[in-house]
Design a protein around this ligand. Structure first.
Ligand code: GCB
Length: 608
């Protein structure tokens, strides 16, 4: 109760200029009785047996002037008497696929940035002794949720999951669920007003109704024991008020360990075991089960170590070169966000074909289908939060939002052996505020997860003409374990001298990943390989060849992720002959055909 009261004070303080439309005593009542903000601790529906999918067709209303909250669309009322009418109705109108961005589902929403209301019903039973939740794997950008006319919570951020505890609010029979989604860009958003990808809005990812025992497994981590010698981890129960018995099994290792939690439901463990280590060549995952008398969670978990030693990245103690590629969470052929297992398989089969062992899921945490499929296929992962240029680091609210996104990303994927780098930012300008905020996030990463590397991508190395050398002066680069460099030599900036004469003294003593490079080309367009403005495949391939030549002179280069696997949609790109709303830097076109530069990169990886 006290926590909820503090929370009430917090939400009132959080939005001082935006008072809740509801009278304040009602808000106080709601905050005392409900769980208005998304929980950081959440079930993972992909691992738990009691998750019912709410995917499918939902009713929708386009609300460009944001009338819906004042008109109480969330009550979804129908006239009860002759004199009554409501100027909205969810019935017999627009229907949208969930999951899926709304921009791609009907032409009038292509460029839409604003409010969309979603509604559906689902059948449920009110059950004593159960806890019930609504889980959203990703909604962009801001979400408010009502169940049976009452607000159950709200969330900000387009790429991390969130859930609401709806225990006690579920009715027997049909339950009316209304979700308001707003994807307007905002100066205090992450990302903010500008970004070079489509601002897809809507319920982008899976939705679940989760029904759990009163005492259930809320969280767990299973990993190699730090320092070696077995497997270690913890489990945290929700709802426990006394010590509980649990069993942990790891298939294939003959491990069956009885655990007893403390009175708060927490137990840690260490087990002697020698699992086969997860590697890109042998992405071995073990079936892990945690069970109490009433609850059971299964997952597939790999075991590996990742470390930096000098300029080397060591996977299981051995140096590894990260042969990677960037991609957006987008299926260009279908025009829209990727959201399913099939989409993940499509994207990752192209990654495989290129000869990669590594992916950078630019520029935000991508959906779990991608992360899990990548892990099974043996791709190491650089995962990042959407701090992308143009963020207002003077605003302390931004830090809170970034921190929440980082925590939620780490929380979601901490058991994924494939994830080796948490990256906290892409192309940010040094300043005292930025340095303070982002080095704070680096520290937080290390606190939350001591088993992975922390990185960031930088576009600010400076070229020194006298010595033909690129150097980077940046406090954030000093703070991270792995430095990513985004430099478009041959595209945004000509090669200053011949590639083999350029020297790189960036991130001395640390591993450097060339995290972005490339050039645009329209599939099938041929032209001289020294004329940028013709958007030819020949020019793009030449830029790749010249970059690869330059890479030979980077002593601490430990990985490359060209920009980008597929052409992707972006309102930034306004050349009406070659772009028309597409960033054409793909190695593969929007229709899935490989460009000449694809072959250049493929040969590089085949010989690495
Ligand atoms: C960058 C950004 C990436 C852009 C890319 C480009 O530096 O990190 O998001 O899409 O350049 O194509 O300009």
């Amino acid at each position: 109760m006290f926590v909820r009261f503090v929370f009430f004070v917090f939400i009132v303080r959080l939005k001082p200029n935006k008072p809740l439309k509801t009278p304040s005593f009602v808000a106080l009542f709601l905050s005392l009785t409900m769980n208005l903000i998304a929980q950081t601790f959440m079930m993972n529906p992909y691992d738990c047996p009691d998750a019912v999918s709410l995917n499918g067709k939902w009713n929708a209303i386009i609300d460009p002037f944001s009338r819906g909250e004042a008109m109480k669309f969330y009550q979804n009322r129908k006239p009860q008497k002759n004199t009554e009418f409501f100027e909205y109705s969810f019935d017999h109108g627009l229907r949208l696929d969930v999951p899926g961005d709304f921009n791609s589902q009907t032409p009038e929403l292509k460029y839409y940035e604003g409010n969309i209301w979603y509604q559906r019903t689902f059948e449920a039973e009110k059950k004593d002794g159960r806890r019930q939740f609504l889980y959203f794997a990703g909604v962009s950008y801001e979400t408010k949720v009502w169940l049976n006319g009452l607000e159950v919570g709200r969330h900000e951020g387009g790429f991390t999951p969130f859930q609401f505890d709806i225990t006690g609010q579920v009715k027997d029979g049909a339950n009316d669920l209304v979700v308001l989604v707003n994807n307007e860009r905002r100066p205090d958003g992450i990302p903010a007003m500008n970004f070079d990808w489509w601002n897809y809005g809507g319920i982008l990812r899976d939705v679940f109704f989760i029904n759990r025992p009163e005492v259930h497994i809320r969280d767990y981590k299973v990993e190699l024991k730090r320092g070696g010698g077995g497997i270690a981890g913890y489990v945290q129960l929700e709802g426990a008020r006394s010590p509980q018995e649990l069993v942990l099994t790891i298939g294939g290792l003959d491990t069956r360990q009885a655990l007893t939690t403390d009175a708060k439901g927490f137990a840690s463990f260490e087990i002697a075991a020698s699992p086969e280590l997860w590697t890109p060549g042998n992405p071995k995952l073990y079936p892990v089960t945690l069970s109490t008398g009433q609850d059971r969670i299964t997952d597939e978990i790999g075991f590996r170590t990742i470390a930096v030693k000098g300029t080397e990245i060591l996977l299981n103690g051995k140096p590894v070169f990260l042969k990677g590629v960037n991609f957006h969470e987008e299926i260009p052929q279908r025009l829209g966000r990727a959201h399913s297992e099939a989409d993940a398989a499509m994207i990752l089969s192209e990654v495989k074909a290129l000869g990669c062992n590594f992916i950078r899921t630019s520029h935000y945490p991508q959906n779990e289908h991608i992360v899990r499929a990548a892990e099974k296929m043996g791709f190491l992962i650089w995962e990042e939060i959407p701090i992308w240029q143009g963020i207002d680091f003077t605003n302390p609210e931004i830090f809170k939002k970034a921190e929440k996104m980082l925590r939620d990303m780490i929380y979601r994927d901490k058991n994924r052996a494939a994830v080796i780098i948490w990256s906290i930012a892409n192309e940010t300008k040094p300043s005292d505020d930025r340095d303070k905020m982002l080095t704070g996030l680096v520290e937080l990463c290390h606190q939350l997860d001591g088993t992975r590397l922390v990185g960031a991508a930088f576009d600010n190395p400076r070229y020194d003409k006298e010595t033909s050398t690129f150097r980077l002066v940046d406090k954030l680069a000093d703070a991270v374990d792995v430095v990513g460099v985004n430099k478009y030599l041959g595209w945004y900036q000509p090669f200053p001298v011949e590639p083999n004469r350029i020297k790189w003294e960036v991130a001395d003593g640390k591993p450097l990943i060339f995290s972005e490079f490339g050039a645009e080309a329209l599939l099938g367009k041929r032209g001289p390989d020294d004329v940028a403005h013709e958007w030819s495949e020949d020019y793009q391939a030449a830029v790749y060849r010249r970059n690869l030549e330059m890479f030979r002179n980077i002593p601490n280069l430990r990985g490359t992720t060209p920009w980008v696997l597929f052409d992707f949609r972006s309102p930034y790109r306004c050349h009406q002959t070659y772009q028309n709303g597409w960033n054409r830097k793909g190695l593969v076109s929007d229709q899935g055909q490989r460009k000449m530069a694809w072959r250049v990169m493929k040969e590089f990886y085949d010989t690495k």
